[in-house]
Ligand binder design. Structure first.
Ligand code: CAA
Length: 291
């Protein structure tokens, strides 16, 4: 089916990035959040990130203005009903996601495709709670969405070929690259990335290296753009822990056990950049390691 209008649920870090790339690619975007403040902040962030692209001559001032003009914000979830494609990018909690799809369902057109940007929850299980498991898929963007080239496409057990093909086409129009992943815990990127981040936290926990030496080792020794602890702060330590728990429970293998130090940071509410403290303290001019 031809997708023209896209409804995005959740205006946080991922939701605003997704709205940004869809609007820039010419789609009509309806961005929803329960908080009006979050929607205002999202529009500010999108404006700021589009400005960066203008200043680096990636896009023109007119393209920026047109993209912003294609984004409508709303606190009413039901306003998204008429969209061709829904992308749920709300909190990574299954009960929240299920409730969103349940509330949306009576307002959808029969052809609307439902997707979730979940980084680890079972697509088959989320799909089974809707009236259209054959039109349901995992649509997993990477952070920062405007910069990262990859999108993971995850088919549930019931997803039909037409839905998969529609999304492949959508990814192409965004100028991004799709990787197909089977519906198993954490899919591909997080299945590989999170155990590496968790191992970096164990390396710190066991005193093998300091925050700085671990990050520098991976930046300069493995050419990663960010060290693993810096990246964990960027993703959010609560998200990292949640994904490790999904891997640990879903695959029942002790090699995925979350490092106790990661749990400790989350218990402290030191969740990384978003709370201004994690493996680094971001409250000053430059980030300072917290251990
Ligand atoms: N919006 C638009 N553009 C942005 C941006 C944003 N939010 N953030 C950065 N940019 C652009 C900059 O304008 C710059 O553009 P040019 O290349 O045209 O100059 C480019 O990105 C690089 O930015 P900076 O020079 O400011 O900074 P940098 O060189 O340190 O790169 C980074 C920043 C792109 C974030 C880089 O550090 C990086 O790639 N880090 C790793 C990110 C990563 O691994 N993400 C995946 C996380 S896992 C995930 O998302 C899955 C999950 O479910 C948890």
């Amino acid at each position: 089916m031809d997708v023209k209008t896209v409804g995005i649920v959740g205006a946080g870090q991922m939701g605003n990035g997704i709205a940004h790339v869809f609007a820039l690619a010419g789609y009509e975007v309806r961005l929803n959040d329960i908080s009006a403040d979050a929607l205002d902040r999202a529009l500010d962030t999108i404006g700021h990130n589009l400005d960066r692209q203008v200043s680096r001559e990636k896009i023109t001032e007119t393209e920026k203005r047109d993209a912003l003009g294609r984004i409508a914000i709303t606190t009413a979830l039901t306003d998204l009903g008429a969209c061709d494609l829904i992308i749920e990018a709300a909190t990574e909690r299954e009960a929240v996601k299920t409730a969103i799809f349940e509330e949306l369902q009576p307002h959808l057109t029969p052809t609307t495709i439902l997707t979730s940007n979940t980084s680890s929850i079972s697509i088959t299980r989320l799909a089974s709670r809707t009236d259209r498991p054959e039109k349901f898929m995992g649509f997993h963007f990477m952070n920062p969405v405007p910069v990262m080239q990859l999108v993971e496409l995850i088919r549930g057990i019931a997803t039909d070929e037409a839905t998969y093909r529609s999304l492949l086409k959508v990814v192409e129009t965004l100028g991004k690259t799709a990787a197909s992943a089977e519906d198993f815990p954490a899919f591909i990127v997080n299945r590989i990335l999170m155990p590496m981040i968790n191992e970096a936290v164990y390396t710190l926990y066991e005193g093998v290296g300091s925050v700085r030496s671990i990050d520098e080792s991976m930046r300069l020794g493995a050419n990663h753009p960010m060290g693993p602890l810096e990246l964990a702060d960027f993703i959010g330590l609560d998200t990292c822990l949640a994904i490790m728990n999904v891997l640990h429970e879903g695959l029942a293998d002790t090699k995925y056990r979350p490092c106790p130090l990661l749990t400790k940071y989350v218990e402290a509410g030191w969740l990384g950049r978003k709370t201004h403290r994690g493996f680094y303290d971001y409250r000053g001019e430059t980030p300072v390691p917290t251990r």
